[in-house]
Design a protein around this ligand. Structure first.
Ligand code: ACO
Length: 331
């Protein structure tokens, strides 16, 4: 998946987070947990929760509109819409199809990627291929997750970790310079498929009253299994993205990692020998927003001026599947 020179470039970013804030103290009133435990083990202080009348496509729409504005485009300029999500509006059809209608885009391909927290990186990689080959000129990539609807609010081991939100990027053809997507790396290893999943509600185990009573339609995770593999795989994927483009960690201006756990990020920083100060972090305020976490952090970094044109940005994410990936981009 290496690239000699960029074929596509990020030309606009946007993000959206619901207004309602749920603090660690709020959670301590719902389950047996504490602000201290959550902050020490994860780095999270608060997260956002969508309104009852808000669906994933509503959040995706807000992020997409901001990304299109930043790119100076309208939805009618798009050639493709890719949405990374595991919490789309409906099991069928794709959230991307609903987003296409809300945006008023033309009859372009619109589809979802199911790669959990790695959904945005998968989408970015696919979009890059379409733009690089000139099959598409402008592709909208969205990461959106409304995890509060699929959390077991009685399970303290998972419900404290996640938040709702959306982030988006528009890709267009790379210019003559060296700005653009330099390399992307994608992986899946299903060995740990049962350590992070939603057990019921699919074709293997359709919903039953018993399943509903046991919350088998909610997120289930053996966190310690995922923690270890996350540190290892995020580090190796990051190295692969750098190697493929002929870069080293010292060439990286900013790392925009998936925000699942501050301790995972700190371990990856140590192993890559990149100081934590060069990581764009917002896990404290949003928790783990799965596929939305990288594009939300990327947009924050761009809008507050930390990430500047020409900066080299490394992104890496891992989630259920286990699916993971990385991307190296010159902004
Ligand atoms: N409050 C208080 N205590 C808790 C809580 C809580 N919210 N949750 C668990 N505990 C307790 C456990 O019961 C356990 O108690 P015990 O020792 O008496 O049995 C103790 O804390 C330690 O539990 P661990 O699970 O071992 O804690 P750990 O240090 O591993 O942290 C965590 C848990 C934060 C989930 C961590 O394992 C993690 O971040 N894992 C990776 C998550 C991730 O990256 N997921 C991938 C993306 S998500 C996606 O794809 C949708």
């Amino acid at each position: 998946m290496a690239s000699e020179r960029p074929g596509s470039q990020i030309i606009g970013t946007g993000a959206y987070a619901p207004e309602k804030v749920l603090t660690n103290q709020d959670l301590a009133r719902i389950v047996d947990t504490s602000d201290e435990w959550i902050r020490e083990r994860t780095g999270i202080t608060e997260r956002r929760v969508a309104r009852d009348d808000e669906a994933a496509s509503d959040m995706a729409y807000e992020a997409a509109r901001r990304a299109l504005d930043a790119a100076g485009l309208t939805a009618r300029d798009l050639d493709m819409i890719i949405v990374g999500t595991v919490t789309g509006d409906l099991p069928m059809p794709a959230c991307a199809a609903i987003l296409q209608r809300k945006l008023g885009a033309t009859m372009i391909p619109a589809f979802d990627i199911s790669a959990a927290c790695a959904g945005f990186i998968y989408g970015l990689s696919i979009a890059d291929k379409f733009v690089r080959t000139a099959a598409c000129k402008r592709v909208l990539v969205v990461g959106v997750e409304l995890l509060s609807r699929v959390l077991d609010w009685k399970d303290r081991a998972t419900c404290v970790l996640f938040g709702d939100g959306a982030g988006a990027a528009v890709l267009g053809p790379a210019g003559d310079g060296d700005r653009g997507v330099l390399s992307t790396q994608l992986y899946t290893d299903a060995t740990l498929v049962d350590s992070l999943c939603i057990r019921a509600g699919g074709s293997r185990e359709p919903l039953t009253n018993e399943g509903l009573a046991e919350n088998r339609h909610k997120v289930f995770m053996v966190g310690s299994d995922i923690f270890k593999i996350a540190v290892k795989n995020l580090t190796s994927a990051s190295r692969s993205a750098l190697d493929a483009a002929g870069f080293t960690p010292s060439d990286v201006t900013w790392v925009v990692p998936h925000q699942a756990n501050l301790r995972i990020i700190a371990q990856v920083a140590l192993r890559l020998d990149i100081p934590l100060e060069r990581f764009v972090l917002n896990i404290e305020r949003y928790g783990n927003t799965s596929s939305a976490s990288i594009p939300i952090a990327l947009d924050e970094g761009v809008r507050d001026g930390r990430i500047k044109p020409g900066d080299t940005v490394l992104m890496c994410a891992l989630g259920a599947g286990i699916s993971w990936g990385s991307a190296l981009v010159r902004m």
